[in-house]
Design a protein around this ligand. Structure first.
Ligand code: NAD
Ligand code: MG
Length: 400
C-alpha cells in the first residue's frame, strides 16, 4: 500500500490531536509531511518529536523562533517555518497527498483553498472556509479534481448516508435525497432558563455535554451558531437548497445525522461522539480502518430523543438561515461577525446574550454582494469585522 503523505493544518487543536491519534495507529499507511499551529510552542514541540514531520509551521514569528531553539536542542530534523504564507505552501506541497484543514475560523480559508486548488484530498473540518466562500472553494475542487471529504461529524454522517459514489462538488449529482436531518445536541444551555443567559460565563459555555472541542466551536455550539454554520456548509457540500435541511435536537449525539429518501427510507449514521470516527473514515475512504473509538453498545446506550429547537433560545440559527437567503457575501459577514462576537465573549468583553445581537446588527449594516472573487470575500470579511467590533464596543457600554 502506498504511504499517504499528510499535512495537518491546525495540528495543536482538538481536531489536530484526534487526527494525530488516528494516524499514529497506522504508521505504515500515513506519514506526516507538515504540522502547523498558531503559537502553541510546547505542544508543537511534543508533536514534532513524536511524529517527525519534515516541516513545522508556526504562524507567530516569536513562536517559530522558540520552536526552532527547542527542536535544535532535541536533535530534531524538522524544518521550522514562520508566517501564514507558509500554511498555503505546506498545503500545496507536491509530495503531499492529503490535507487535514483543521485551523479554526477564517484564518483557515487561504490554506484550505490552496489545498483544493492543488488537487489534494481535502479533509474539511474548517467549516468557516465553506461559509465564507463556498462558491470559490467548490469551484477550486471541481477545477483541480481534488477530493473533498467532510470531517464535521454531521456532514461526514450525511456523506456516509448518500448513495455510494456521491462526490462533493460534482456539477450535477441527483442523489434523490428528499430531506437531510441535521442533528444538534443543543449544547450546555438546552434547558437553562432564558432569563439567565446574560450571566453565562465562558467556562460554562465551553463545557459541552457530549463533545470535547476548541473554545470557539464550543461557544458556537452553545449559541447554536455552530448548527447555523453547518446548515450553510451542508448546502454547499451536498448541493441542496436550505429548505431540504431540517435541524433536529438530539441531546445524546449518537445519531450524527440522517438522509430521508423518496421511498420513505431514512438512513442514519450512529456512533459514540468521538471525532476520530469521521477522521478515520475520511482518511481511509473508500476503505475503513481502525480509529481507536469505542464501539457503540446499543444495549446500554439508553434512549434516543428528538425534538424541534426553540427559535427564541437559539436566535443564531435563524440568523444563519437569513444570511443564506441573502446569499453572496452575507454568509462571510455572518461568519466574521460571529468570530468577533465570540472572541469578545471569551475575553469577557461581551455578554453571551449579546452575541446574536452583534451578528444581526452587522448583517443588517452590510449589503450582500455576489461572491465572484476572493478579494470580494476578504473585503466583506474585513468590513464585517470592523462593524462587529464597533457593535461590541457599543453593547459593552450598555452592559457595564
Ligand atoms: P482548536 O481551537 O482546538 O484548534 C485550532 C487550531 O488552529 C490550533 O492548532 C491553532 O493553533 C490553529 N489556529 C488558530 N488560529 C490560527 C491562525 N490565526 N492561523 C493559523 N492557525 C491558527 O479548534 P478545533 O476544535 O480543533 O476546531 C478546528 C476546526 O474544526 C474549526 O473550524 C471547527 O469548527 C471544526 N470542527 C471541530 C470539531 C471538534 O470536535 N473540535 C468538530 C467539527 C468541526
Ligand atoms: Mg458538527
Amino acid at each position: 500500500m502506498k504511504t499517504t503523505q499528510l499535512t495537518i493544518l491546525g495540528s495543536t487543536g482538538s481536531i489536530g490531536l484526534s487526527t494525530l491519534d488516528v494516524v499514529a495507529r497506522q504508521p505504515e499507511r500515513f506519514r506526516v509531511h507538515a504540522l502547523t499551529a498558531h503559537r502553541n510552542v510546547e505542544r508543537m514541540r511534543e508533536q514534532c518529536l513524536r511524529h517527525a514531520p519534515d516541516v513545522a509551521v508556526m504562524v507567530d514569528a516569536d513562536a517559530a523562533d522558540a520552536l526552532r531553539t527547542a527542536l535544535a536542542a532535541s536533535g530534531s530534523r524538522t524544518q521550522v517555518r514562520a508566517g501564514s504564507e507558509a500554511l498555503a505552501e505546506v498545503a500545496r506541497a507536491p509530495q503531499v497527498d492529503a490535507v487535514m484543514a483543521a485551523i479554526v475560523g477564517g484564518a483557515g480559508l487561504l490554506p484550505t483553498l490552496a489545498a483544493a486548488e492543488a488537487g489534494k484530498r481535502v479533509l474539511l473540518a474548517n467549516k468557516e472556509a465553506l461559509v465564507m466562500s463556498g462558491a470559490l472553494l467548490m469551484d477550486a475542487v471541481r477545477r483541480s479534481g481534488a477530493c473533498l471529504l467532510p470531517i464535521d461529524s454531521e456532514h461526514n454522517a450525511i456523506f456516509q448516508c448518500l448513495p455510494n459514489g456521491y462526490v462533493c462538488a460534482e456539477p450535477v449529482t441527483p442523489h434523490g435525497a428528499r430531506r437531510i436531518w441535521l442533528t444538534a445536541s443543543g449544547g450546555p444551555f438546552r434547558d437553562r432558563p432564558l432569563d439567565s443567559f446574560a450571566g453565562i460565563t465562558p467556562d460554562e459555555a465551553c463545557a459541552h455535554p457530549n463533545w470535547e472541542m476548541g473554545r470557539k466551536i464550543s461557544v458556537d455550539s452553545a449559541t447554536m451558531m455552530n448548527k447555523g454554520l453547518e446548515v450553510i456548509e451542508a448546502c454547499w457540500l451536498f448541493a441542496v437548497p436550505p429548505a431540504t435541511i431540517q435541524v433536529v435536537l438530539h441531546p445524546q449525539s449518537i445519531v450524527h445525522s440522517m438522509v430521508a429518501y423518496d421511498d420513505g427510507s431514512v438512513l442514519a449514521q450512529l456512533g459514540n461522539p468521538d471525532m476520530r470516527t469521521p477522521i478515520a473514515h475520511a482518511l481511509a475512504w473508500p476503505e475503513r480502518m481502525e480509529s481507536g473509538v469505542e464501539p457503540l453498545d446499543l444495549l446500554t446506550m439508553g434512549r434516543l430523543e428528538f425534538s424541534e429547537p426553540e427559535a427564541a433560545r437559539f436566535p443564531a440559527l435563524g440568523l444563519a438561515y437569513q444570511a443564506l437567503e441573502r446569499g453572496g457575501t452575507a454568509t462571510a459577514v455572518l461568519n466574521a461577525a460571529n468570530e468577533v462576537a465570540v472572541e469578545a465573549f471569551l475575553a469577557e468583553r461581551l455578554a453571551f446574550s449579546e452575541i446574536p445581537v452583534v451578528i444581526a446588527a452587522t448583517l443588517d449594516a452590510i449589503e450582500a454582494e455576489p461572491v465572484d472573487s476572493l478579494e470580494r470575500v476578504l473585503s466583506a470579511d474585513r468590513k464585517a469585522r470592523a462593524i462587529a467590533g464597533e457593535q461590541v464596543a457599543n453593547a459593552r457600554q450598555v452592559v457595564s
